[in-house]
Design a protein around this ligand. Structure first.
Ligand code: ARG
Length: 470
């Protein structure tokens, strides 16, 4: 075969040297990831910049070659930013699209960029740089969401509402207490992300294909350039590790599940039956057939999107199961679920924050929601306990009292002392303040309870923490 013929058959693949046949079109289409990993271009270029700088410092390329590379990368980045870059699917992925274009731009110096590097450590670097950024953005968004809860809690600080267990009226609570419950949940989500960030923030570059390299590289220098506080310890682990993606997607799933639980409450609360809240018109949509409808589509969609976020986590876990050491092409399948999770969770947090800023509670309705549920029954039982009646007996006494109330169509505070004495002799006048809604709420002074005093302290602490950037 003449060399001209060879050229025709073995195409311009960066790895084409040992191949004598052209890649089948179907294979190119099947293996390409450029249509989704193109979004990693900034991170890929940042990694290449640091790598080239290190190569020159180590004498592996000249300073002139380094400058050509840096200049070429800057041009490429500007072209991609401007939408002028032509991505070529036959070059598979973002790494080779950029590298090939660099070679076309600057010639042989470009061919030195991949010295002491493999796409295996390169892609791990790109994903870490990308996720580090998204993770930090998400933490910021969650802080915004927490601020919205705290703002609402301040606004409705003294408003009382029914607290539920089993979705049955249970005990009265402050609206602010309910809202601060979400503040705590999303606070834990932030902690999880910060913790996850520690393991994302480790430099993989320098692991090369799987075994490290014999060339005199300086990984610590690259780490410092890219602001990584640590360098990965084992080259084989490094190229096969996607634990940090699993962790992020786990944390993200829990965030979406928290949003989904909140959404469910908002949908319920906005219903005619509850009417606890009104969602702003600008955050609802109408029905194409029923003119009277105002639908809570935003929380419904957030709730609905939970399925894909949890599904993405399952995809990745299943992807990793059964992978032998070290890099396997299967790992390319990590990106679409990860990107989808990022594209779903971040906007969900952002729009929920906006929605909360436009939420109104119906205080009159909340108060009405308190009647007919015998919500201070536990307070009566606790009162009996303080009069030295064992709790189980107190429980039974109050149970009988409630049954009587239902029969008589009366609320607990409406019973006379004589009526109460039919159930227990120890009850005195001092019971009545405890049977009111306010009395009940304010008696809950245990740490973390719903009394006005505890909630005021929790609110002040939340405000101070947010103020200090926690
Ligand atoms: N596109 C690949 C991925 O996302 C990059 C690494 C490919 N490495 C290789 N040896 N084929 O995983």
């Amino acid at each position: 075969m003449s060399s001209a013929e060879q050229k025709k058959q073995a195409p311009a693949k960066l790895w084409g040297g040992r191949f004598s046949e052209k890649t089948a079109a179907s294979v190119e289409a099947f293996t390409a990831s450029i249509h989704y990993d193109a979004r990693l271009y900034r991170h890929d270029i940042a990694g290449s910049r640091a790598h080239a700088t290190m190569l020159a410092r180590q004498g592996l390329i000249s300073n002139e070659e380094r400058d050509l590379i840096l200049q070429g990368l800057t041009e490429i980045e500007a072209e991609i930013d401007a939408g002028d870059f032509v991505f070529r699917p036959e070059l598979e992925d973002i790494h080779m699209n950029i590298e090939k274009t660099l070679v076309e731009k600057i010639g042989p110096a470009g061919e030195k960029l991949h010295t002491a590097r493999s796409r295996n450590d390169q892609v791990a670097l790109d994903v870490r740089l990308y996720l580090r950024e998204e993770c930090r953005t998400l933490i910021g968004l969650l802080t915004g969401l927490q601020r919205a809860f705290v703002g609402l809690a301040r606004r409705y600080q003294d408003t009382v509402m029914p607290g539920y267990t089993h979705l049955q009226r249970a005990q009265p609570v402050l609206v602010a207490h309910h809202l601060l419950a979400y503040y705590e949940m999303f606070g834990r989500d932030k902690d999880r992300l910060s913790d996850c960030l520690k393991r994302i923030n480790v430099l993989p570059l320098g692991a090369a294909a799987l075994a490290g390299t014999g060339l005199p590289i300086d990984r610590e220098f690259v780490a410092a350039q890219l602001d990584f506080p640590a360098v990965s310890a084992n080259s084989m682990d490094t190229v096969g590790d996607r634990d940090f993606v699993v962790e992020f997607m786990g944390a993200a799933s829990l965030i979406q599940i928290h949003l989904s639980r909140l959404s469910e409450e908002l949908v319920l609360w906005a219903s005619e039956e509850f009417s606890f809240v009104a969602l702003a018109d600008s955050f609802c949509t109408g029905s194409s057939i029923m003119p009277q409808k105002k639908n809570p589509d935003i929380p419904e969609l957030i709730r609905g999107k939970t399925g894909r976020v949890v599904g993405n986590l399952m995809s990745l876990l299943t992807l990793l199961k059964g992978l032998p050491m070290t890099y396997n092409r299967d790992l390319q399948e990590d990106k679409e679920p990860l990107f989808d999770t990022v594209d779903t969770v971040l906007p969900s947090v952002a729009i929920m924050t906006e929605l909360l800023a436009n939420l109104e509670f119906n205080e009159e309705r909340l108060r009405k929601g308190m009647g007919g549920g015998y919500m201070t029954a536990t307070d009566l039982a606790d009162y009996l306990v303080l009069k030295n009646i064992p709790f189980r007996q107190a429980h039974a006494i109050v149970g009988r009292t409630v049954a009587y109330c239902i029969e008589q169509g009366k609320e607990l505070p409406e019973l006379t002392l004589e009526e109460l004495h039919n159930f227990s002799e120890v009850i005195g006048e001092d019971v009545f303040p405890l049977l009111t809604i306010e009395g009940s709420v304010n008696s809950r002074v245990s740490t973390g309870g719903t009394s006005g005093r505890m909630v005021a302290a929790a609110l002040a602490k939340a405000e101070a923490d947010l103020e200090e950037g926690r």
